[in-house]
Ligand binder design. Structure first.
Ligand SMILES: NC(=O)c1ccc[n+]([C@@H]2O[C@H](COP(=O)([O-])OP(=O)(O)OC[C@H]3O[C@@H](n4cnc5c(N)ncnc54)[C@H](OP(=O)(O)O)[C@@H]3O)[C@@H](O)[C@H]2O)c1
Length: 261
């Protein structure tokens, strides 16, 4: 049991990839707190993991007061918080950048940047006091180069990469270290709709050097590794797990030249 009696909080842990992470931490002996905006998902989570060491909150990471109350309850119940997984996040409707609506842009920035910082600060304060803590944020591969259609999302996730570096510099002296992961397209969570259609799975697989999408288990094991004692010297860093997709180019220059052009 790698995380026996560790207290872990996973934002957006009631559904999707966050829920898979929650399940894995529970299996490794952790006390697991999760939150989400959808009340039914919170109740469903409580039902599914009845009898386990869980706390599930119907709270929103963009609401500072709700997050302060959430953190307070976790710490009152279990006396500490060892690991925060900043997993909650949303993507904008995919449109060319000149057509992005202000309200969609605001919603993505509010959730992915402001909300993630809010969760980080409310739990981070306790970590600083207790002089230990590990924070792992979920960024995205599109944060590295951007991609048409994803601009608000890409900007928001690149902010998490900077936040991770910056806070590692500021908070390491208090025993609080941070990492982020930048996944490519994973076969689950927000891609549930896409992966039901073979054409999308084929498309996303073909633009990845390993010729497949990432799977949920790979996402989970990357998070658990970064949270583990073995990974504690990795600090301020963002791990790209995208099957090599960051190296994707539509037509390499060499191939272009080889065609005699
Ligand atoms: N799936 C992928 O391929 C992929 C790739 C790269 C990065 N990611 C990132 O991985 C993370 C998990 O994504 P996913 O694929 O599992 O998506 P998902 O199925 O849509 O799950 C997102 C989770 O975040 C929660 N959430 C959203 N806004 C929230 C808020 N304001 N307050 C609290 N919870 C909130 C959602 O719950 P409620 O709706 O109930 O609030 C849900 O549990 C996200 O940060 C995403 O950007 C995913």
């Amino acid at each position: 049991m790698r995380f026996k009696e560790k207290v872990v909080f996973i934002t957006g842990g009631t559904k999707g990839l966050g829920k898979a992470v929650a399940k894995a931490f529970l299996e490794e002996g952790a006390y697991v707190g999760v939150n989400g905006r959808n009340k039914e998902a919170v109740l469903h989570f409580e039902e599914e993991f009845k009898g386990k060491t869980i706390l599930a909150f119907n709270t929103d990471i963009t609401n500072y007061e709700e997050m302060e109350n959430t953190a307070r309850k976790v710490i009152e119940t279990w006396g500490k918080v060892d690991i925060l997984i900043n997993n909650a996040g949303i993507v904008n409707p995919l449109v060319p950048s000149e057509k992005v609506k202000k309200e969609d842009f605001d919603r993505v920035i509010d959730t992915n940047i402001k909300g993630t910082f809010c969760a980080t600060q409310v739990f981070g304060k306790t970590m600083i006091e207790q002089k230990s803590g590990r924070i792992i944020s979920v960024a995205s591969q599109v944060a590295l180069f951007g991609e048409k259609g994803f601009l608000p999302y890409a900007i928001s996730k690149s902010a998490l990469i900077v936040m991770t570096r910056e806070l590692a510099f500021e908070w390491s002296k208090f025993g609080v270290t941070l990492c982020a992961i930048a996944p490519g397209f994973i076969k689950g969570g927000m891609n549930e709709g896409f992966i039901r259609k073979e054409i999308f799975v084929d498309y996303l697989s073909k633009r990845t050097p390993v010729n497949r999408m990432g799977n949920v288990e790979e996402f989970v094991s990357c998070i658990l590794f970064l949270a583990s004692t073995e990974a504690q010297y990795i600090n301020g860093e963002t791990i790209i797990m995208d099957g090599g997709m960051t190296g994707y180019t539509q037509e390499p220059l060499l191939d272009f030249i080889s065609k005699g052009r």
